[in-house]
Design a protein around this ligand. Structure first.
Ligand SMILES: Cc1ncc(COP(=O)(O)O)c(C=O)c1O
Length: 469
């Protein structure tokens, strides 16, 4: 049927039947019962049915950790279409830090979506975009003048940080680090270290990217952070020339690389070197930022003040939004019209971000992240005493991981890691893996998860370790 454009309102019949969700819990958010509830095996029959449809319709390159189809989520649970309620220790890869369908996010989005959904900030701007930029200029480390530009995804933010650094310095080279992850676009794949599954068969990659050694205390014998930084800076001077380097891009705690926390002194030494040589220091805080580690940004733990920060994931309570925030002089280096994109800083996503920021501030989620981190670290450290396959427990705030090895060695054990993850999934606990060697089990719960659910999730994890022995 063709709609009536004469001015009269005609209600069109829905064209696509939505997939029925089995549970009464069609409304998510913090009001969902905060319980682990298994009504079927995981995945249940409805999820299995949807997986069959997915196989016919969705490209296989897009993989899935746990094939349960979601009906609702909120607080610390994900409810699937079979009525199972799973404990969420992944937060959609550190995205829904304020919880799924968080009240302030939902309210702000509903209000915005009813007013307008898109105009394109480059065509006709709106105040929500400005408010997000003002908030990020305020919340990021450093008292200097700052500006912000908004984009859609983490990778897009990193790409733009590189563009800004190149425009500001007139230099081409970009320094990155072993085990780093920065996204899946061509430039960010060049910046990313790991081949499978990210880079394999997708080259050639962008040039002028130089990868440097990373401080990885568990694997480098706990070497001094400043010593490794000195090795990095010597390599930069000898192999690239510091005056050719536009930017140094580093995650203060590596995310996909396996929650690698560099030794104290490593990041500050890089900051000093960057300052001395006019190199733009870019902190990729896409996974670590926005309250995840107990501070707004992880570089605050070592008092590092980056020139530019890339922000995404936790920024907008689940809506796609990313940002580059940094020194106003650098941010203004690209010519007018040089930055942007159709959807960047979409008004609905901006409303969500403002809702997420209020939630973090009102609910004290920085402190909560530290508390959750303490609980996880304490429980995992105790587990490590009983399970010799746990080689290391590390992370910051509510970003904690264990690295699994063959007992008594540094030899990675990806098979055990996968087995533990799968055992948790079967018991209704969502955990994620990571690491260059695929041997890191990482925990990134929503910061609003209730204590009893986190405890239960960790007990399930402990049983999964026990089953390995
Ligand atoms: C540190 C870091 N940088 C960049 C990205 C890419 O973000 P996106 O997947 O939104 O493009 C990620 C995603 O995991 C990340 O953790």
């Amino acid at each position: 049927m063709i709609a009536d454009y004469s001015g009269a309102v005609t209600k069109a019949e829905p064209r696509i039947e939505s997939t029925p969700t089995a549970t009464a819990e069609s409304v998510g958010g913090p009001g969902l019962p905060q319980e682990r509830r298994l009504l079927t095996t995981i995945p249940g029959p409805r999820s299995v049915e949807l997986t069959a449809r997915r196989e016919a319709a969705v490209a296989r390159g897009v993989s899935t950790v746990l094939p349960v189809y979601v009906a609702a989520a909120g607080g610390g649970v994900i409810v699937d279409v079979d009525g199972n309620s799973l404990i969420d220790l992944g937060a959609g890869i550190a995205v829904v830090s304020v919880g799924n369908a968080a009240e302030r996010v939902v309210d702000a989005v509903q209000d915005q979506v009813a007013r307008f959904t898109h105009t394109c900030f480059m065509v006709a701007p709106y105040a929500g975009y400005l408010e997000v930029c003002e908030a990020l200029n305020r919340l990021t480390p450093g008292a200097h003048a700052k500006k912000t530009a908004l984009f859609n995804s983490g990778a897009e933010a990193v790409e733009n940080a590189v563009k800004i650094a190149r425009a500001a310095t007139g230099r081409a080279a970009v320094v990155v680090f072993e085990h780093g992850y920065h996204g899946r676009t061509n430039l960010t794949l060049a910046l990313t270290a790991k081949n499978m599954p990210y880079k394999h068969s997708f080259g050639p990659f962008a040039p002028e990217i130089y990868r440097m050694p990373m401080s990885y205390p568990f694997r480098d014998g706990g070497r001094d952070g400043a010593d490794i930084a000195a090795e990095v800076t010597t390599k930069i001077e000898k192999e690239i020339g510091a005056h050719n380097v536009a930017a140094m891009v580093i995650e203060p705690v590596q995310g996909e690389g396996g929650f690698v926390v560099p030794a104290p002194g490593f990041l500050p030494a890089l900051e000093t070197f960057a300052r001395a040589n006019g190199i733009v220091l870019v902190a990729d805080e896409i996974q670590t930022g926005f309250a995840r580690t107990g501070t707004w940004f992880a570089c605050e733990h070592e008092g590092v003040i980056p020139d530019l920060i890339t922000i995404a994931k936790g920024l907008a309570g689940g809506l796609p939004l990313s940002a580059v925030t940094g020194r106003a002089d650098l941010m203004d280096a690209p010519h007018v019209g040089g930055l942007g994109g159709t959807y960047g800083g979409n008004p609905v996503a901006c409303a969500a971000a403002l809702g997420a920021i209020r939630t973090i501030e009102e609910q004290g989620l920085l402190e909560r992240a530290s508390q959750l981190g303490e609980t996880m670290r304490t429980r995992l450290t105790t587990m490590a005493q009983h399970f010799p396959g746990i080689g290391d427990v590390r992370g910051r705030g509510a970003m904690i991981a264990v690295e699994l090895v063959k007992p008594g060695t540094l030899e990675p054990d990806p098979a055990a890691t996968l087995a533990v993850a799968k055992a948790c999934h079967a018991e209704g606990v969502v955990v994620l893996t990571a690491g260059t060697y695929s041997n890191v089990l990482r925990l990134l719960p929503p910061l609003v998860i209730p204590d009893h659910l986190l405890d239960e999730g960790l007990t399930v994890l402990e049983k999964a370790f026990a089953a390995l022995a």
